[in-house]
Design a protein around this ligand. Structure first.
Ligand code: BG6
Length: 485
């Protein structure tokens, strides 16, 4: 099914994700004429509201979360006219018939966006089925959390699969909707110079960092149950790793790309429980200052003592021919000094330096792919400093800089959800995560958690505004590697 649907149903329509991301994204698509003509959007949530109240709610969300230069009154009016609302208690089957009646004829196709508490998956899917909202022309987008470990993720996947076959199930990882993440594919497979050295012969190690300055952001209930490993590594970071490490797919389509990603995820080297404390570091933020602002410790923000990690760093290996012996260092944390998502590829040194006898020092090449907040690809190469070299050759690392911000300055950067919602509406699964990928991700994450449990690992405190516990520095320094800061 690769046709645009005529209707969209948003669960959790009054929630945080909807206000900040989904409604502004749908508006963005509408304003640019990208939504199918006549597509209606039905919002649903527990609280009773009329259609007009939901439109007023949406207007407020757009007002708050859209940049000023995107606000266009005529476009907003046109967008609001697409909306309607139906209250629903998804835990019981009763309300689903009314929901179906409100949506009306779905013969032109329906796309559902579901972000719900895990315990509501079962009743919601049953409700949709009983009301005729799970037929062949209905596809479903699923937002995380899709389980908290392999077993619960399988359970959810089974519940969904009973009504929606895999080709109609679209699991969202919003990192895949980011422009620069897709640019990894363009960089690797649209250029000939990287691929020949993109392996253990050419690459020394890979670093992936996602640092955030924010703390709990009012999501204590969710976050404290989950922690950084499951919130960020299980999904976004392993997806980035898979895109960096995968073999070239034969085509740009959902099957070819996901086949290659899943092979990488299945090749992640298992970490035995007794080794877990040596190759992972967990931390939890203490009080401190971030961007000049004094902030509380995690426990204080939460209002109780907790052992949930807000930082994790780890060393992974992909056990296949291409990556033998190449460590992948991953780290992510809240309350770090800056917001940054970045992949750093450190190449091997040249096999022999002709400059050594003349005092010239070489640094191995580094490729930095900055995903946010800036968007660039930067290759550090060696250059000779101008001069007569009487006291030896002086060499320096200089950047070959591809700034995507500058190069594509005239092109608006879309919210990741704009791309993903449009792909869901049009039925393109390429940037959604397949069941086998999610399960391979969980399998690898579960053994790390089992190792923490077996060794009673507690997160180490780190000052807010720092790069995490000092043991995360030791994790790489042991191998002679320094985090890119
Ligand atoms: C979400 C996590 O998946 O990603 C959040 O649940 C995190 O904790 C967010 O803040 C980060 O996304 P982005 O797009 O701001 O890097």
């Amino acid at each position: 099914m690769r046709d645009a649907v005529g209707k969209l149903l948003l669960f959790g329509a009054t929630g945080d994700l909807s206000q900040r991301m989904l409604l502004p994204s749908l508006y963005g698509l509408h304003a640019d004429g990208l939504l199918p003509e006549g597509l209606t959007i039905t919002g649903t949530a527990r609280s009773p509201q009329s259609d007009d109240e939901f439109r007023a709610f949406t207007r407020k969300a757009l007002d708050t979360f859209l940049p000023d230069d995107r606000k266009d009154e005529a476009a907003i009016e046109g967008f609001l006219a697409r909306l309607q609302y139906q209250a629903l208690d998804a835990s019981t089957i009763e309300g689903f018939d009314d929901l179906a009646a409100k949506i009306g004829d779905v013969s032109g196709g329906l796309a559902i966006f579901l972000s719900t508490a895990p315990w509501l998956f079962g009743p919601t899917i049953k409700g949709l089925q009983s009301a005729g909202l799970a037929g062949d022309n209905v596809r479903i987008g699923l937002e995380k959390p899709l389980g908290k470990d392999l077993a619960s993720s399988r359970e959810i996947n089974d519940i969904v699969a009973a009504a929606f076959p895999e080709e109609r199930t679209f699991r969202i990882d919003h990192y895949l909707g980011k422009e620069t993440v897709q640019n990894i594919l363009a960089l690797r497979f649209g250029n000939s110079m990287f691929e020949p050295i993109w392996n253990a012969r050419g690459i020394d190690h890979v670093q992936i960092t996602i640092s955030e300055t924010v703390g709990l952001e009012g999501r204590a209930g969710y976050y404290d149950e989950v922690g950084a490993l499951r919130d960020m590594v299980q999904n976004h970071m392993l997806q980035l790793l898979a895109l960096i490490a995968m073999e070239p797919p034969a085509r740009f389509d959902g099957t070819a790309i996901r086949d290659e990603k899943v092979k990488v995820l299945r090749s992640l080297r298992p970490i035995p429980a007794d080794e877990v404390p040596h190759v992972t570091v967990t931390g939890q933020y203490d009080a401190g200052a971030v961007k000049g602002e004094i902030v509380k410790s995690y426990d204080e923000e939460l209002g109780k003592d907790s052992r949930t990690e807000t930082f994790v760093a780890l060393k992974a290996h992909v056990d296949n021919w291409r990556w033998q012996g190449v460590p992948f260092y991953l780290r992510t944390g809240k309350r770090m000094p800056e917001r940054r998502s970045e992949i750093v590829i450190q190449f091997k040194p040249v096999p022999h330096s002709i400059f050594a006898e003349r005092g010239g020092m070489l640094q191995p090449n580094v490729l930095a792919i900055r995903l946010q907040p800036e968007e660039y690809v930067r290759l550090l190469v060696m250059a000779k400093q101008p001069g007569l070299d009487r006291e030896g050759v002086r060499l320096r690392e200089v950047p070959l800089n591809l700034s995507l911000d500058t190069e594509f300055a005239g092109t608006r950067r879309r919210i990741a959800y704009e791309r993903l919602l449009l792909d869901l509406i049009e039925g393109d699964p390429t940037l959604f995560v397949r069941r086998d990928e999610v399960e391979a991700q969980w399998q690898w994450i579960d053994q790390i958690r089992a190792g923490w449990k077996a060794n009673d690992v507690k997160p180490k405190g780190y000052q807010s505004g720092s790069w995490g516990p000092s043991s995360s520095i030791a994790l790489t320094e042991r191998d002679g590697v320094t985090w890119n800061e």
